[in-house]
Design a protein around this ligand. Structure first.
Ligand code: A3P
Length: 286
């Protein structure tokens, strides 16, 4: 039986954030969303492609470049990843999306349909350094009317990293996907890093093309780069004010403007404790 209820969680200053507790996992309260049980029972098509990310890791950006690489077309519409966001969309939308569907989610593998593994669906994961993720998420949460968050940064960092907020802890999320990759060596997973794409988008797009089995010319890919700058995407995608502000700064290293020395030391210590055995290496500056 599905267990869903709205809950308020608090930061260290007593400010509240409202989320949906869905099967003991916090997700945003999407009015038409199928929720976790709905996601679990989605009928996976053989050619579905999945993008799995922790929020604020560059999902919108990679969604846009990937769908242009997939179709071989420069697309100037206002569709974004939220239109194929598994826990947000309705059952009807799932049925209406044309194949190959490029779905995305912030959920964990245990929440996804078993056919993702059975059918060996292609999965793209995008990772971003946790300090910039924290800053990006803080600013984003404050723009979402349903979350109603007014808290201060100094009261947000600890509960964010300890997994009090929506989608739980960044560390748990990253470790979970590393485990999934280890346990399912024949599941095709492409791991991208936000910072690598910032560093050399053409190189990373070649990796996406190879993974998806499509061939695109450098000339075309350079047009994709131009069409997926943060400025270009902001103009195309934020026409409609009802979409929360996603296209904020789009850089690497903004965390230095936010973390105090004490917060930075606290997080580095936490990272050492929890991520010591994790082979991933994150870039905090470029
Ligand atoms: P910042 O808040 O640090 O600017 P997601 O799409 O997973 O929600 O991630 C949002 C983050 O990606 C935001 O980071 C946003 O600005 C950044 N972003 C979105 N589009 C981008 C683009 N075209 N180029 C670079 N960064 C982009």
């Amino acid at each position: 039986m599905s267990q869903k209820r709205l809950v308020e969680v608090v930061d260290d200053g007593g400010d509240t954030l409202t989320f949906l507790n869905d099967n003991d996992f916090l997700i945003p309260n999407f009015p038409d969303g199928v929720g976790i049980d709905g996601v679990r029972s989605v009928r996976i098509r053989d050619d579905d492609i999945l993008m799995c990310t922790f929020p604020k890791s560059g999902t919108h950006w990679v969604f846009e470049m990937t769908r242009e690489l997939l179709t071989g077309e420069i697309i100037n519409d206002d569709i974004t990843k939220v239109d194929a966001f598994m826990e947000r969309i309705s059952k009807e939308t799932y049925g209406n999306l044309p194949s190959p569907r490029f779905l995305n989610t912030h959920l964990l593998m245990k929440h996804l349909p078993e056919d993702v593994r059975n059918k060996k669906i292609k999965v793209i994961t995008v990772l971003r350094n946790p300090k910039d993720v924290a800053v990006s998420f803080y600013n984003f949460l404050r723009t979402i009317p349903g979350v109603k968050y007014k808290g201060e940064w100094k009261n947000y960092v600890r509960p964010f990293f300890q997994g009090t907020f929506v989608y739980g802890s960044w560390i748990d999320y990253v470790l979970d996907w590393e485990q999934v990759k280890q346990d399912n060596p024949d599941l095709p997973v492409l791991t991208l890093f936000y910072e690598d794409i910032k560093e050399d988008q053409m190189r990373e797009m070649r990796r996406i093309c190879e993974f998806l089995g499509v061939e695109r010319t450098d000339d075309f890919m350079s047009k994709v780069c131009d069409n997926t700058t943060i400025a270009a995407m902001r103009t195309l995608k934020e026409k409609d004010d009802s979409r929360a502000k996603v296209f904020r700064k789009g850089g690497v290293g903004d965390w230095k403007n936010w973390f105090t020395v004490a917060q930075n030391e606290w997080f580095d210590q936490l990272y050492q404790e929890k991520m010591a055995d994790c082979p991933l290496r994150f870039k905090y500056t470029l």
